[in-house]
Design a protein around this ligand. Structure first.
Ligand code: ADP
Length: 339
């Protein structure tokens, strides 16, 4: 399938550009939004620190790019401990987990992203590590193989996942704290964009920051990515201030309209309008129609369209609500459409 203009916006993983040049909050004060969650985590970390104990194991739910890793790094900073970041699918064998766990110092944090994608045998080994701070290691091979039970330093596991339903019950029950991150409001994203622009030594008009926020799908990672693209336009135009006009130009260049719909959103909606007269359509069919995987549709594309009222979920699949359908028919089929 041809690459789709605008698809880069949906990248779920951290990019090297993000890692190197972005502002990333280092304290709870710098971390904007998620107010209630931040307050709770701030109390839990301070209390654990006062007691001289590791923080209870924590499970964080939420779509990609909302700040789960960043929050965990801030917690490690507050506790004054180290943090190791890895991802579930990266741990292919139990030996990988043993190597990571035995490298942790006392009270360190182990952050496992996409914890729902860990192989079953690795997950089982994690149970005794979380509960008793011990792991079973097999030494030798065949008939002479022996299992020894080794102690590890007490640590905190922070598991992050985009899919709450895919965490097994035994794993879920071993977390003392379970929390959820919500999408950010446009107002919060506007503040995050202004904060990031300051870090990049750029001025930004409030209306320009708000327009980027509107197109950021409630997600700081996307807000920051768009800001970097807008900054390119400002710099080429020799402007130190990002204006609304520059933002509009940069967004149009990325194939994003004023409401924040990308070329991929438009293509998905257009397929439902033209091929299925508004739906309902199954998720698998949609995925193959636009050449994206189910996961990207469910975690990144769809939540924004649902919140914007362009899509609804029914027992028979995804469909476009009646009023939105009329509007989209005009957009895709012309003013005088008889459909
Ligand atoms: P996740 O782990 O949920 O995928 P990250 O923690 O990697 O998300 O955050 C993605 C990007 O968004 C990072 O550049 C991070 O600095 C930024 N970010 C996330 N949340 C906030 C926030 N509340 N305030 C400012 N920047 C944020």
């Amino acid at each position: 399938m041809e690459p789709i203009e605008g698809v880069e916006i949906f990248t779920l993983q951290e990019t090297p550009e993000e890692k190197q040049y972005d502002f990333s909050p280092k304290t709870f004060d710098d971390y904007l939004g998620q107010k209630e969650l931040k307050e709770k985590l701030s109390v839990y970390t301070q209390a654990a620190k006062m007691r001289g104990e590791p923080l209870d194991h924590l499970l964080l739910f939420g779509p990609p790019g909302l700040g789960k890793t960043t929050l965990s790094q801030i917690m490690a900073q507050v506790m004054g401990v180290g943090i190791k970041i890895c991802s579930g699918p990266m741990m292919e064998r139990t030996g990988d987990l043993v190597a990571i766990l035995s490298g942790l110092d006392a009270h360190d944090i182990l952050f496992i992203d996409e914890i729902h994608r860990m192989p079953a045998n690795v997950e089982e080994m994690l149970y005794s590590a979380m509960e008793h701070f011990r792991v079973d290691v097999i030494i030798g091979q065949g008939a002479g193989a022996k299992s020894i039970n080794l102690p590890i330093h007490p640590f905190t596991l922070i598991g992050a996942t985009t899919k709450s339903g895919m965490i097994s019950a035994p794993l879920r029950s071993r977390f003392g704290i379970t929390e959820r991150l919500d999408f950010y409001t446009d107002d919060e994203l506007q503040q995050i964009i202004t904060q990031s622009a300051r870090f990049l030594n750029m001025q930004i008009e409030p209306a320009a920051a708000l327009q980027i926020a509107t197109c950021s799908r409630g997600t700081p990672r996307i807000a920051k990515k768009l800001l970097r693209r807008v900054r390119d336009f400002a710099q080429v135009a020799h402007q130190n201030e990002i204006t609304l006009a520059i933002v509009e130009q940069a967004l149009a260049f990325q194939g994003i309209d004023k409401e924040g719909l990308t070329a991929v959103d438009a293509m998905l909606l257009k397929k439902i309008v033209i091929n299925f007269n508004g739906g309902p359509v199954g998720l698998e069919t949609l995925a193959s129609l636009i050449g994206e995987d189910r996961d990207t549709i469910e975690t990144v594309i769809e939540p924004f369209l649902l919140r914007k009222g362009y899509l609804e979920k029914t027992a028979r699949g995804r469909q476009i609500p009646h009023t939105a359908l009329l509007q989209l028919k005009k957009r895709f089929l012309g003013q005088n459409s008889l459909f």
